[in-house]
Design a binder for this molecule. Structure first.
Ligand code: ATP
Ligand code: MG
Length: 577
């Protein structure tokens, strides 16, 4: 685990307590080994971050290890693009795995384990079609029926399984099934398939295997050979735990001598374990969807500009949006780990983002919707560099020089010809403080043919400038500005939430999540920014004073052609609505 991530991620959750008790009891020699096992069929999202923080956090707290394992047993949907992106995202989040593995590295091991199950009379080759299997399975209230192929001899099963492996049979023609109990109250135990024939190229093993292990079977064996002690997964696997345990009980992986050589070949040097599965509730957030399938649809239907679109709840997306990794870790830490499903407000995550950025983002000035302000009593040739502190609360951020001249850009909404009640900014004849400069009084307006104000004229009260006797004179409002002559044009991407309702997955009104997309969630405006802002490094966070937190886009930004994404506004504007 990297330093940045050393804050405890799992708090004192029930899982923390289980692990602590196991360590105290010397279970598994007191070792703690966890893993984060993504399927490389999409990009990681904020929900995955919960699992990452939990698995790496538990390992970190108990001086254990955490592996990254690609659960790549389903070749049709998987891709190396995802394998690379997942690694980048886990590292970005602040974690480093002890070992990187692929479930596909264990295909030989999984195959040998299956032969053992067959030899022990615990698995059989079944010729039922997928549809027949469904008919035989029974229902929640009715027991299933035994497959007519269930009593094949060990020899016949071994022969057929080897021929499945040799590629003799067509896709779907046969499966290898565990022989458990067709009357079990738990449908997962009704002779589940553990291997299927699938003549598809695999991104890691190519065409070496025409058969692929099923998830439940592959997962427990993968955990065991990696020496995982605590296999943490989400609640929907609770009903699968009896199968997880059944497989491991039948196989006794740590004592399978025939696995020693293949384990070495798969890069496994440690001892196998008898892992324990523990389930926890998925992390959910309102105003978004967090399933790879749905996120994939948003990308492929071009409703967003790719997996790393800043509107996406993917880690690549929120990273590009400017969310600091520390804020995401703090968020899941605050949310805690329980067995109760719940939905957390997105604004809680945004609050964590503001907390981190308030402390870490230097302040800059930018104008998003410009209105020209001319200070008539400042000479047209006048140029001045005013010293500004980069952070109001932290002198370590130092200072910078902000150029000042006669013509400035101010925010259009900071001027009102006819002010609404309680308006404390610039009005005709009124005064306002220009941040870092002094107090100006509005003396005149210039309008275009349509009557729109295009220029505001002011005079600066020289007595109120820095170091002058009137510097402390009070006026109600302070506004920010950028010198027109020195301003750098910047593309600014303003983002809102991607969905218009809190629960886009709610289909009770006959709508689907796609119907709830906020088509106006991205707005691009040209802003004027001070020169120091343009110099921000890619992925550098800044606070544009009074406007919000922004990040220099990690792909498109250059000092010559700055591009900033709005990460989050300064205050929670959703709470008000
Ligand atoms: P999705 O439905 O988005 O595809 P998944 O669970 O199928 O998610 P995996 O790649 O299998 O995605 O997930 C890797 C790990 O992350 C698993 O252990 C899974 O339980 C965990 N995980 C996925 N989503 C969440 C979530 N919302 N909260 C906590 N853990 C999650
Ligand atoms: Mg999955």
């Amino acid at each position: 685990m990297t330093d940045a991530a050393s804050a405890p991620a799992a708090g004192h959750s029930f899982i923390h307590q289980i692990v602590a008790a196991d360590v105290a009891a010397g279970k598994q020699g007191g070792a703690v080994k966890t893993r984060f096992p993504p399927e490389p069929n999409g990009y990681l999202h904020l929900g995955h971050a919960k699992s990452i923080c939990l698995n790496f956090g538990i390992a970190g707290e108990f001086s254990g290890t955490c592996n990254l394992r690609f659960d790549d047993t389903n070749p049709a949907k998987e891709d190396v693009e995802y394998v690379d992106a997942i690694q980048a995202d886990v590292r970005w989040l602040g974690f480093e795995w002890s070992a990187l593995h692929h479930a596909s590295d264990y295909f030989e091991i999984l195959y040998l384990c299956a032969e053992k199950l067959i030899r022990d009379g615990k698995a059989f080759v079944c010729d039922l079609s997928a549809e027949e299997v469904r008919e035989y399975r029974g229902t929640l209230t009715e027991p299933g029926r035994n497959s007519p192929w269930r009593d094949r001899s060990v020899e016949e099963n071994l022969d057929l399984f080897r021929r499945m492996r040799a590629g003799e049979f067509a896709d779907g023609a046969r499966t290898l099934r565990a022989k458990i109990d067709m009357a079990s109250g738990n449908i997962n135990l009704r002779d589940p398939a553990i291997y299927r024939i699938r003549k598809v190229s695999h991104q890691n093993t190519g065409d070496a295997w025409p058969i692929y292990p099923m998830y439940d079977y592959a997962h427990c064996v993968s955990d065991a050979v990696e020496g995982i002690t605590h296999s943490l997964c989400t609640l929907e696997f609770e009903d699968h735990r009896p199968l997880y345990d059944w497989c491991l009980d039948q196989l006794d992986v740590p004592n399978m001598a025939e696995l020693a050589e293949p384990m070495r070949r798969a890069g496994l040097t440690g001892r196998a374990s008898r892992p324990q599965q523990i389930e926890f509730a998925r992390g959910n957030l309102d105003y978004t969807v967090m399933s790879k399938r749905k996120l994939m649809a948003l990308v492929s239907e071009k409703l967003v500009d790719g997996w790393d679109d800043p509107r996406m709840p993917t880690l690549a997306g929120v990273r590009r949006r400017g969310f600091p990794a520390a804020a995401i870790r703090a968020f899941w830490d605050r949310a805690g780990v329980t067995k109760q499903n719940s939905v957390i407000e997105f604004s809680v995550l945004e609050g964590c983002v503001r907390d981190v950025l308030d402390a870490s983002a230097p302040r800059r000035m930018a104008v998003l919707d410009p209105l020209k302000l001319v200070i008539d009593n400042v000479d047209a040739a006048h140029e001045e560099a005013i010293e500004f502190s980069n952070h109001p609360k932290n002198p370590d951020f130092g200072t910078r020089k902000v150029p000042f001249s006669r013509e400035l850009w101010i925010e259009r909404e900071d001027f009102a010809e006819v002010p609404p009640k309680g308006f404390h900014r610039l009005v005709p004849g009124g005064e306002v403080r220009l941040r870092g400069v002094g107090i100006v009084r509005c003396t005149d307006l210039v309008k275009d043919a349509d009557g729109h104000v295009v220029e505001v004229h002011c005079t600066l009260d020289a007595e109120t400038r820095h170091g002058m006797p009137g510097a402390d004179r009070k006026v109600k409002g302070t506004i920010h500005w950028v010198s027109a002559k020195h301003a750098v044009a910047a593309e600014t991407r303003l983002y809102e939430r991607l969905f218009t309702c809190a629960d886009p997955d709610d289909t009770s009104d006959g709508k689907t999540y796609a119907d709830h997309i906020n088509r106006d969630a991205k707005r691009v405006v040209q802003a004027w920014i001070e020169p120091a802002a343009a110099e921000t490094a890619r992925e550098g966070n800044v606070q544009f004073e009074r406007l919000g937190y922004f990040v220099a886009d990690r792909l498109d930004h250059t000092p010559e052609k700055p591009v900033f994404n709005r990460t989050v506004t300064l205050r929670d504007s959703y709470a008000k609505r």
